[in-house]
Design a protein. Structure first.
Length: 69
């Protein structure tokens, strides 16, 4: 997986490929919320929860905390 900016639904589908984009995003958001350290670091890198894309730095953090999709 390349570290780059991804639309949120596209990244979510990498983690949950058999789900619809909406369901995959809900699952990924649930995983992120269960990891307070990840939430804090995403806030520190100015990743807004209502943004349509994950910045490359956010993708790196998500991979670090949740593993490879």
């Amino acid at each position: 997986m390349e570290i780059q900016q991804y639309p949120k639904s596209e990244l979510a589908l990498m983690y949950f490929p058999k789900s619809s984009p909406h369901v995959a995003l809900n699952h990924l958001n649930s995983w992120i919320k269960r990891c307070p350290e990840l939430c804090r670091e995403l806030e520190e890198c100015h990743q807004h929860k209502y943004a349509k894309y994950y910045k490359s730095q956010a993708v790196r953090l998500i991979r670090q905390y949740l593993g490879e999709p």
